[in-house]
Write a protein that binds this ligand. Structure first.
Ligand code: UD1
Ligand code: CA
Length: 483
């Protein structure tokens, strides 16, 4: 070890410093064998890097910088709206070179360095790292975990109990490879320390890359305060293959299920219930197996979601039942309703209290009034249905016209729509009107009136000539005669 001394430029820690972050995401992700940039692969429905960014923001990081490279423009498009700044690393010369690309001289305060492909990281992890870093007045901290099979991770080499270096598996001796304490790839470092020591890193190693891990030995040699911080195993979980991606997703789902169970949600089989992190479920809700809940979905207390339902960005009210096999997208179902089995609610559909939407009913952009029913085989689109309306089986709104525009159907309160009715929109039906079955309604129907628009029934008697013998046979079987 050389005898360099602590540099003049390193000032003592002030009390409140900003907390900033650099996320490394320029790598190719060759082993994913997929054309999508690695960090955009979804873990439980969300690009994995989004979770890392969100953890930073939630932990109070004021300046999040992401180093992009492979698939950069696409990555940038996805993450910039979250409020981060992207920096391009032109060629992947190693993790130290990647950090350098983020214009670190302008980073203030304490800097956390992370990998974009470690999607299980949580805000609470970051908060505890920064807290320990500050409490112990460190200059550099490396987050470590102990693994039974440390595989390719960089090994934490200690001397008399203190960390002195990180050695990459590829550069390690057989003895070093036996070390089970590894580098998670997460570091916390004072901004000024980073600016001073990062440029000193060299690339004399097996891969001829600039290793960020060398920051540890450089700082130790300069007698700065370097220490490991022990992290939860999840922070070391990196995604490099499709199998690891699937495993990450499974872990996120499992954790979400556990959280919901702890909060009083009833789940018949949590291992086959797929609920994204962002979903909210009230206590007392019942979720059957094979249910998939996504995005901004919110389920109120005491609702029941039967098997094989797929619900995305939708709200389900209290004591509402969503029966088996239903598909809801950007829909809102209020309280005490019954939907399905096999119903499809498309965007901008709102179902008011105590309404019933039965099997093979598709609704799109529909406001469906309180206590109204559409029990079977119906399509309603661009429609407003009042309260206490009965929509008969096989009713269709013909909302899409030959002029390629869409028109609305408005049906008042208490209307009775007979089965197999078509409304050729635009149409208004007044309160309490009755529509005869099989009608094709092309004109507005006034309140309390009856509208029938179907061909009149026509009867021609003795239309079919039958042989005398057949008549005999028919009358025999009709009378149940035993021959
Ligand atoms: C790195 C660490 C290792 C640690 C492991 C934890 C180094 C030298 N080694 O190894 O000690 O145990 O992480 O996962 O740092 N990246 C760039 N530009 C580059 C190279 C990498 O942006 O030029 C990004 C990658 O996209 C990835 C991260 O940096 O997000 C880590 O790079 P990777 O090559 O996976 O490092 P490891 O070999 O896993
Ligand atoms: Ca890695």
């Amino acid at each position: 070890m050389s005898n360099k001394v602590k540099s003049e430029k390193i000032k003592p820690a002030e009390t409140v410093r900003p907390f900033t972050a650099v996320i490394l995401a320029a790598g190719k992700g060759t082993r994913m064998k997929s054309p999508l940039p690695k960090v955009l692969h979804p873990v439980a429905g969300e690009p994995m890097i989004n979770n890392v960014v969100k953890a930073c923001l939630e932990a109070g990081v004021t300046d999040v910088r992401v180093v992009i490279g492979h698939g950069g423009p696409l990555v940038k498009q996805v993450i910039e709206p979250l409020g981060v700044h992207c920096y391009t690393q032109v060629q992947q010369f190693g993790t130290a070179n990647a950090v350098k690309s983020a214009q670190i001289e302008s980073l203030e305060g304490d800097v956390v360095i992370l990998n974009g492909d470690h999607p299980l990281l949580e805000a609470s992890d970051l908060k505890s790292f920064i807290q320990t870093f500050r409490e112990e007045k460190l200059d550099l901290a490396v987050v470590t975990v102990e693994l039974r099979q440390p595989k390719d991770f960089g090994r934490i080499v200690r001397h008399q109990g203190r960390v002195v270096a990180i050695v990459e598996a590829k550069d390690a001796s057989a003895d070093t490879l036996k070390i089970r304490e590894v580098n998670t790839g997460i570091y916390v470092v004072r901004g000024d320390v980073l600016s001073e020591y990062l440029p000193q890193i060299e690339n004399n190693n097996m891969k001829q890359e600039f290793y960020l891990t060398d920051l540890v030995s450089l700082c130790v040699e300069s007698q700065l305060k370097v220490a490991p911080i022990r992290g939860h195993k999840r922070v070391s979980f990196g995604v490099n293959t499709q199998a690891e991606l699937a495993q990450a997703t499974r872990l996120v789902f499992r954790k979400k299920s556990k959280t919901l169970l702890d909060e009083g949600v009833l789940m018949l089989d949590p291992s086959t219930t797929y609920i994204e992190r962002s979903v909210e479920v009230g206590p007392g809700a019942v979720i059957y197996p094979n249910v998939y809940l996504r995005g901004k979905t919110k389920l109120a207390s005491f609702c029941v979601i039967e098997p094989n339902c797929y619900i995305v960005d939708s709200e389900v009210g209290e004591s509402t039942q969503i029966r088996a096999g239903s598909y809801l997208e950007k829909a809102k179902v209020h309280n005490r309703c019954v939907v399905g089995p096999y119903a499809r609610l498309r965007p901008e559909t709102e179902i008011m209290d105590e309404a019933q939407v039965g099997n093979f009913v598709e609704l799109k952009k529909v406001k469906f009034g309180k206590k109204s029913k559409a029990a079977h085989l119906t399509y309603l689109g661009d429609a407003e249905i009042g309260e206490n309306v009965n929509i008969g089986c096989g009713t269709i709104t013909c909302n899409y016209s030959a002029d390629k525009k869409k028109y609305r159907t408005v049906i008042g309160n208490g209307v009775f729509v007979g089965s197999d009715t078509q409304f050729v929109a635009p149409i208004n039906v007044g309160d309490f009107a009755v529509i005869g079955s099989g009608s094709t309604i092309t004109k507005d129907v006034p309140a309390r009136s009856l509208a029938v628009a179907r061909a009149k029934q026509f009867i021609k008697e003795n239309y079919v000539k039958v042989e005398a013998a057949e008549t005999d046979q028919a009358s025999d079987s009709a009378s149940g005669a035993d021959k």
